[in-house]
Design a binder for this molecule. Structure first.
Ligand code: G4P
Length: 274
């Protein structure tokens, strides 16, 4: 799939995070609950040192609750990492974060406590910042230059959020991570090849959730072959081109948009290994 990753961004990100880390007491990393592994920033483990980290598995309304529970168990077994699942319609986010903060050992005494907030594009970072701040703030640009573009947001006297640009981290390898990021909408549409993405997603669905896809499109069964499945969905939706064939681009876009919108019910694209 034609997704570009510029290694220079990685070096810039590492330098930028390292330079601001001394002022940071806590890292809040927003993950996509459907892909907690692929949406995690590998630089956090490398650069946070002994600072505590809260991982918020966001958009949990779109993820399989059983799989999310398994992820939470796995993540919470990691020293220094606290985690909970969240979605935008849930209230009480600030109380939940501060409740975790108060339980952290050794206690974080700094007031205001400075929390660096990280997350890949489209993961819901702005929605979370607005919920924590209790007001709507401008989005930080998705470019890797934290120190120039950082936004400090005061939340009462206790907490200061240090917002960072939500550019993509290099979990574009292996290619399955890149596909999962694209399926969930983290990668800009202009670099996404929809038919390739739809084929990847349908191969994944062949193992699980296949009945839900068939039911949504009112098909008796979904063909096991992804191209045949797209053909069946396209005919059902009337995405036909001159000559009677299915418009592969259009049906692929329809399928991916439906998937992103949660049309097939809550779906997790990766499970904790082992
Ligand atoms: P970002 O700063 O990380 O880029 O993400 P942002 O908060 O802008 O959210 C990206 C999209 O994800 C938005 O939808 C937002 O409504 C949606 N979103 C955020 N949190 C959740 C959640 O917990 N569950 C679900 N289902 N969606 C969530 P959008 O279509 O891009 O914009 P809009 O329609 O909300 O205006």
């Amino acid at each position: 799939m034609a997704i570009q990753w510029f290694p220079g961004h990685m070096a810039t990100a590492r330098r930028e995070i390292r330079s601001v880390m001394p002022t940071v007491n806590l890292v809040i990393e927003v993950l996509d609950a459907r892909i907690p592994f692929s949406s995690e920033n590998p630089l956090v483990a490398e650069l946070r040192g002994t600072r505590p980290c809260i991982q918020i598995l966001n958009k949990c309304d779109l993820a399989d609750p059983e799989v999310t529970a398994a992820w939470l168990l796995r993540i919470q077994a990691t020293p220094g990492i606290h985690a909970f699942a969240h979605h935008a319609k849930q209230g009480g986010l600030l109380a939940r974060v501060m409740g975790i903060v108060r339980g952290i050992e050794p206690p974080i005494r700094a007031r205001p406590l400075v929390a660096m907030i990280l997350g890949i594009p489209n993961v819901g970072k702005s929605t979370i910042i607005n919920a924590l701040a209790g007001r709507t703030l401008a989005k930080t640009s998705n470019r890797p230059a934290i120190t120039q573009r950082q936004q400090r947001i005061n939340v009462g006297h206790e907490l200061t959020l240090l917002d960072t640009p939500g550019f993509l981290w290099p979990k574009l390898t292996p290619v399955s991570c890149a596909f999962r990021l694209a399926v969930t909408g983290a990668i800009a549409d202009r670099v996404v090849d929809y038919p390739e993405l739809a084929v990847f997603a349908l191969r994944f669905f062949a193992d699980s959730y296949v009945g839900r896809v068939a039911a949504f499109y009112e098909l008796e069964a979904l063909p096991a072959d992804p191209i045949e499945a797209l053909d069946a969905i396209g005919r059902r939706r009337g995405h036909i081109i001159r000559g009677g064939g299915v418009d592969l681009q259009r049906v692929s876009e329809t399928f991916i948009r439906d998937l992103r919108a949660g049309a097939f019910g809550p779906i997790s694209l990766e499970r904790p290994a082992g």
